[in-house]
Write a protein that binds this ligand. Sequence first.
Ligand code: ADP
Length: 497
Amino acid sequence: MATAVVQPDSSVTGFVSKTGKLLINGKWVDAASGKTFATYNPATGEVLANVAAGDKEDIDRAVKAARAAFETGPWSKISPSERGRLLWKLADLLEGHTEEFAQLESLDNGKPLKVARAADVPLAVDHFRYYAGWATKIEGNTISLGLAKQGKFHAYTVREPVGVAGQIIPWNFPLLMAAWKLAPALSVGCTVILKPAEQTPLTALRLGELIMEAGFPEGVVNIVPGFGETAGAALAAHPDVDKIAFTGSTEVGKLIIHAAAGNLKKVSLELGGKSPNIILDDADIDAAIPGAASAIFFNQGQTCCAGSRLFIDKKIFDKVVDGVAQNASKIRIGQGFDPDVDMGPLVSEEQFNKVCGYLESGKQEGAKAVTGGARAGNRGYFVQPTVLINTTDTMKVVQEEIFGPVLTAIPFSDINEIAAKANNTEYGLAAGIWTRDIKKAHALASKLRAGTVWINCYNVFDASLPFGGYKQSGWGREMGHEVLKNYTEVKSVCAAL
Ligand code: ADP
C-alpha cells in the first residue's frame, strides 16, 4: 500500500507565502531596487516563493554593515567562548527546527524529505557544533629564531580573523553549504555576507532568522539572495571584502578569481569534479555495487564529488554493471514529500536540459544506456538514473561534469594503469577504491590526485574531515581544522629582548 504524501507544516507554508527579504545589519529589508525573483518547486515547475533580488547596492550596504560589525561593533570585542556559545545555540535552534528545515529544503531543492531529514539538517547542526568547539582553540606558536638571533628576540605568531568574508554557495545542499561557510568564519571572528543560490534561497533566509534569534550582533551575518551575475559578481569584486569563499562550478570559480583580483582578496574555491570510483577484482562485490550506485545517484547525482566514472576490473565488469543497473532501476523517483521516494527531480529546468543534453550527446557519440537514458515522467525535472557503457576517453559524458544521475562504467585490465586513467581529468575532488587488499588500497590512494579518497565507502562526510580539490576542483579546503586557514591571517610578532 502506498504511504500518504506528507503535507507541509503550517510554519513552512507560512514562510513560503511571505516575500523573502534581505538580512542586512540585523534587519530584514527589501532590495534597494524593489525587485524580487521567484524560486520554483522543481517537482512541479511552479512558483514556490518570491524573494527580494539583491544587487550591487544591497551588497554595498551589507559590506558596510559587516565592516562596521568587524571593526567597532560588539563582535569586535567578543570573547572566543562567547562566539562558541552563540554557534552552539544556533545549532540547538536549528536542531529544534529539523522538520521545518527539511521540508523547506525538499520543496525548494527537490530532494526527498527523508534525505533532508537524515542528512542535510543533522550535518548542518553538527557543523555548527564542531566549529563552536574551535572558537576557543585558535592558537599561534612561539618561534625560536635561528643564527645569531638566539636569545635576543621573543617571537610568536597569532591567528587573526581575515575580516569581512563574502560567501557564495550553490543549490545542491543549500542549508548544509551555508553551514559549511558560516560556521568556520564565525568561529574565528569574521563577519559575513552570504549569497545563497538563486534556485534555493529559502533555508538560508530561515537560518538568518535563527541566527538573529541566537543573539549574533547586528551586521555579523548578512544574507543577500540574488543572481550570480549581479549580487554574486558584486560581492566577489567588492573592494572592501577581505575574503571570498565560493562553492559552485569551475567555470564560475574562474570568474570569481578575476573579480577578486581588484583588491587581491583571499580566495577559496570548492568546484566541480568528475570523480573516479574504482572497483578491483578482489572487492566485496555486495558492498561495492550499492556503494557505486549511491556514489553517483545520491542527491540526484547533484554532488560535486559524485562517483561519476566507475572503473571496474574487466573480470567482474558485467556482474558489477548489471548489479548497479539493477540498483538504479529500483530507485523510486517522485516528489520529495512522498515517503516512498528515493530520488527527486533535478533542481531546475536549466539543469534538467543540461543533463538531458548529455544523455543525448552520449547516445550520439556511441555510448549505450544499460538502464535509464531519458527523462522520467512528463512533468517536473525528473531524470532516470542512468548507467552508460561502451564509452571512450574522449566522449563528453566521460570528460565533463554532468551533475545529474548519469554514470559511465569503464572496464580496465591492469591495476598499474588505473591511477593514470582515473587521474585523466581536469578535476581532482574525490575518488573511491573498493578492494579487500589493504596494501593495494593505500598504494592506489597515494597515486590518486584527489582531495578525498574513500576506501570501501563513498560520500562519507564529517565536519572534522577536510574536503576540497586538487587541480581544477578548487583552492583550499573546507571543513576540519584546514578551513580555519581560509578565514585567518597569521601575524608574526617579533620583539627584541
Ligand atoms: P550552477 O551552474 O550549478 O548553477 P554556479 O557555479 O553557476 O552553479 O552557481 C553557484 C553560485 O555562484 C550561485 O550562488 C550563483 O548565483 C553564483 N554565481 C553564478 N555566477 C556568478 C558570478 N559571475 N559571480 C559570482 N557568483 C556567481
